[in-house]
Design a protein around this ligand. Structure first.
Ligand code: ADP
Ligand code: MG
Length: 637
């Protein structure tokens, strides 16, 4: 039988290799940025169009390439960074495999311009699907520019596999951030579809982190510094009170390379030991330097996973140094997760200056004149002080009506509430939870006489008798269902009303979160949010839906960002659905919350008024029923 094995032609081999290295536009961004860093550039510009699908361009002012190198760099296994296998263990460059450019050139239209500093002229090469189209001598500035167009033009299946622009853009953003964070000493700029996303001047680590994740980040950072023989740790962890729901901002850099490591992540979390609320995640930006011969970078094609010689020791050092930093900055004692939000200064007052109290004197008042009105004053004065503890705050003022000029004791009372609407004062429920619980549990009279139809058990379920037996409602799931339908109705019928805020809320987000929020704005507005003009690093909210409170706003948006991490659904129906679900999840009463009788009643009625009361928006049962016969059976044993 004749032999059948053949060596694959280079362009086929390159296309296959590209499958590993280039998965999406973000992979091209990563490879090109890393090449620019390796070329010792001090200024790197990233320009992309349509989330990188139509163009990824990286321009650097690095050392450039000679004419021969310019041609050779597109060959597979062509690299200037290592010469022999041993060099793999003394690496200080990002690249070394010599396959990125060959892979990208195999699956895109590529244009390269490069010039070395000492040369008069540079080289301009066009290569498409591994084929050289042209090579010219050109007048160029020092450095290199790569433009990659029409990614996967010759592999339609891969092109179709790409996600929406939003998702691809987020991936690009991630790669950009990783490289920019690892190299704060380099000036980076980033443009998407003509608008500037970042302009990050050369700086230190702290400034770079703040430059990328908005000015508010600064106050959240606790520095970490530890120098031992096997590792140097620098960087920042965030104060526990700023931990987030999503895992967004967690970065490890090992020898200036972004890496992922579940094991080291665990070390960081372990250092927070007891300081984090359930499930919340601290941000961290940690820069580890280790001797290059103690790690192996060549275990993964994209080089984001590496192998350490002595992982256990690193774990212990990392954990101890972060623990120490958190302790040193004295962040532990100020934590109080059980703080009662009701005791906080109302939002309106936070930024108001305290007013100087004023004294008014009644010049006409003479204690020695013996007239009737004066007697009246003394009498009603004593009764007035009694009435101030009565039900109405304004009752006192009537008793002094004869003395219109006199200072009325009530005015000082009322001034305390300026800015709060009177309705909320009068109807504000003062809940004395414990008292109510005990009385309703043990005072038989009350239970009998009150026409109570619902009972809360274990701050989790609401039990109510029904004709055939009883129904047990899961309070959290039921409320999720009620809110979900409310939001969905508002969004689709567009009738949501909003409450105007006295002082607009400023909420700060990183720029990729801002992009996401920008896209969600139209849908959020239909729920009742009112946004003011767009800013680069924060949103200004001047109105919120009626069924949420100011203090819940940031929670709702954070939950939304975390739920939409994998992209916003394309159709507007599923977008509304996702938002309604997410908001219902964050706003629903949780298991463990005490509900008043009225609240229980409202919830049960609300649930059974729903279109689909049987299941929560997350497809879990909201209630179960138990028939009297079933209960009888249990007693029959
Ligand atoms: P690697 O980075 O693994 O060496 P690449 O395919 O990414 O492989 O690049 C091949 C070679 O091309 C590099 O080793 C380097 O010599 C050269 N090169 C690539 N990009 C640049 C650049 N921006 N400036 C100067 N030289 C570059
Ligand atoms: Mg490279």
């Amino acid at each position: 039988m004749s032999s059948i094995i053949q060596l694959l032609p280079d362009h086929v081999a390159n296309q296959i290799a590209a499958g590993e290295v280039v998965q999406r536009p973000a992979s091209v961004v990563k490879e090109l940025l890393e090449n620019a860093v390796d070329a010792d550039a001090t200024d790197i510009k990233l320009i992309i169009k349509d989330a990188g699908k139509s163009l990824v361009q990286v321009i650097d002012n690095g050392k450039g390439m000679s004419v021969t190198d310019a041609r050779l760099c597109f060959e597979r296994h062509a690299t200037s960074k290592i010469r022999q296998a041993e060099d793999l263990f003394s690496l200080c460059t990002k690249g070394f495999r010599g396959e990125a450019l060959a892979s990208i050139a195999a699956i895109a239209h590529m244009e390269m311009k490069t010039k070395q500093d000492q040369e008069e002229l540079g080289t301009h090469i066009i290569i498409e699907g591994s084929k050289f189209v042209s090579q010219e001598v050109a007048v160029l500035p020092k450095g290199t520019s790569f433009a990659v167009k029409n990614l996967f033009f010759n592999i339609p299946a891969r092109r179709n596999f790409l996600k929406s622009d939003t998702v691809e853009f987020r991936h690009v953003m991630d790669e950009f951030q990783r490289v920019a964070l690892a190299h704060p000493n380099i000036h980076f700029t980033f443009y998407h579809n003509g608008s500037e996303m970042y302009n990050l001047p050369a700086a230190g680590y702290r400034q770079r982190v703040v430059g990328i994740f908005s000015g508010k980040t600064n106050e959240k950072l606790v520095p970490v510094n530890e120098d031992t023989e096997i590792i140097n740790v620098q960087g920042f962890v965030c104060k526990p009170e700023f931990a987030k729901k999503n895992r967004g901002e967690q970065f490890f850099f090992v020898n200036d390379r972004f890496i992922k490591s579940g094991y080291l992540h665990h070390a960081v979390i372990a250092a927070y030991d007891g300081l984090l609320k359930d499930g919340s995640q601290p941000s961290y930006f940690l820069y580890l330097q280790v001797p290059p011969n103690t790690i192996d970078i060549n275990i993964h094609p994209t080089k984001t996973e590496i192998k350490f010689d002595d992982e256990q020791a690193l774990y212990a050092i990392l954990r101890a140094s972060i623990k120490h930093s958190l302790g040193q900055f004295n962040v532990a004692p100020v934590l109080d997760f059980d703080r009662d939000a009701n005791l906080d200064t109302p939002y309106h007052y936070k930024d108001l200056e305290a007013e100087t109290p004023t004294i008014q004197v009644d010049g006409t008042f003479n204690p020695f004149t013996d007239d009737k009105t004066n007697q009246h004053y003394t009498k009603s004065g004593s009764s007035g002080s009694g009435s101030s503890s009565g039900s109405s705050f304004s009752s006192g003022s009537n008793s002094y009506s004869g003395y219109s000029k006199r200072v009325e004791p009530t005015t000082s009372w009322e001034s305390l509430y300026v800015g709060l609407d009177t309705e909320s004062i009068e109807s504000s429920p003062f809940n004395f939870e414990n008292e109510e619980v005990t009385s309703s549990l043990f005072n038989d009279d009350e239970v009998e006489t009150a026409s109570q139809k619902t009972y809360q058990i274990h701050k989790k379920y609401i039990v109510s008798p029904i004709k055939s037996g009883m129904v047990i409602v899961d309070q959290q799931r039921a409320h999720q269902r009620v809110l979900y339908e409310q939001f969905l109705l508002n969004m689709t019928v567009n009738q949501a009303s909003s409450q105007q805020l006295l002082f607009p809320l400023n909420l700060f987000y990183s720029s990729d979160e801002m992009t996401l929020i920008e896209e969600l704005k139209p849908s959020l507005e239909t729920t009742g949010f009112v946004f003011e003009d767009a800013q680069t690093d924060h949103i200004v909210i001047s109105g919120i839906p009626v069924n949420i409170t100011e203090s819940e706003v940031s929670l709702v948006i954070e939950q939304l960002l975390s739920d939409l991490q994998d992209g916003i659904p394309a159709s507007s129906y599923s977008q509304n659905d996702t938002i309604a679900k997410s908001m219902a999840k964050s706003l629903a009463v949780k298991t463990g919350s005490y509900l008043t009788e009225k609240e229980q009643d409202n919830l049960v009625n609300g649930l059974f008024a729903c279109k689909d009361p049987n299941i929560s928006p997350f497809q879990k049962p909201t209630f179960i029923t138990m028939r009297v016969e079933d209960i009888d059976k249990k007693f029959a044993i």
